[in-house]
Design a protein around this ligand. Structure first.
Ligand SMILES: Cc1cc2nc3c(=O)[nH]c(=O)nc-3n(C[C@H](O)[C@H](O)[C@H](O)COP(=O)(O)O)c2cc1C
Length: 181
């Protein structure tokens, strides 16, 4: 059992998404004490923008494929994911390797059985399907291509005020607590 935790928030110890990914990791490790844990911090060790040459380096892809469970921190920056996280997505979403198109043009995931838990933290509040919400909707779509339906936990209203921030963190931690073992 290998758990890969990936963080992409630039706010260090103040980061809400990092708080949630840490809580999710602690829960999973408590439930599976023998698990191997791999940590990738996309801010401490940023990936370059993807290039054609970068596809020859498969470290990031291999690390993803080797994980049974992926815990991903996804803060909202300007309505989408951080560019640090986009550079990671660009290295694991690869036609012919992690997905392919069937004869009738449908995408088919090639990644196999993998659990993905995504901790979304957002400054405001976004109703499901809100026009400017490009974090959860985007990641849901990307992982669907790979054949994965991620589980999301959410901390919203983080930038609205101290009370909303606390309530958002409480909600996220309680969603982490309700994740199945
Ligand atoms: C560069 C930057 C851009 C942001 N853009 C948005 C935004 O477009 N919409 C929003 O609701 N919150 C926005 N926020 C607020 C963050 O989503 C919020 O603070 C969240 O908690 C960030 O995750 P973190 O605490 O893990 O860093 C932004 C924050 C930063 C630092």
């Amino acid at each position: 059992m290998t758990i890969l935790k990936i963080d992409s928030s630039i706010t260090g110890e103040h980061s809400v998404s990092r708080q949630l990914t840490a809580a999710a990791l602690a829960k999973l490790v408590a439930e599976q004490p023998g698990a191997t844990v791999v940590v990738r911090d996309l801010v401490v060790q940023p990936l370059d923008h993807v290039t054609l040459a970068a596809f020859a380096e498969t470290d990031v892809l291999d690390e993803f494929l080797a994980a049974d469970t992926v815990i991903l921190g996804a803060p909202m920056y300007n309505f989408g994911i951080p560019s640090q996280l986009k550079a990671w997505i660009d290295r694991v979403t690869i036609a012919g390797t992690t997905f392919r198109y069937t004869a009738d043009g449908r995408p088919e995931g090639l990644v196999g059985d993998k659990r993905v838990i995504i901790a979304v933290s957002r400054g405001g509040f976004y109703a499901e399907g809100a026009a400017l919400e490009h974090v959860e909707t985007y990641l849901k779509g990307v992982f669907a291509f790979l054949g994965i339906a991620p589980q999301f936990v959410h901390a919203d209203g983080i930038a609205v005020g101290p009370e909303q921030r606390e309530a958002g963190i409480r909600n996220g931690l309680s969603e982490v607590g309700r994740l199945a073992a």
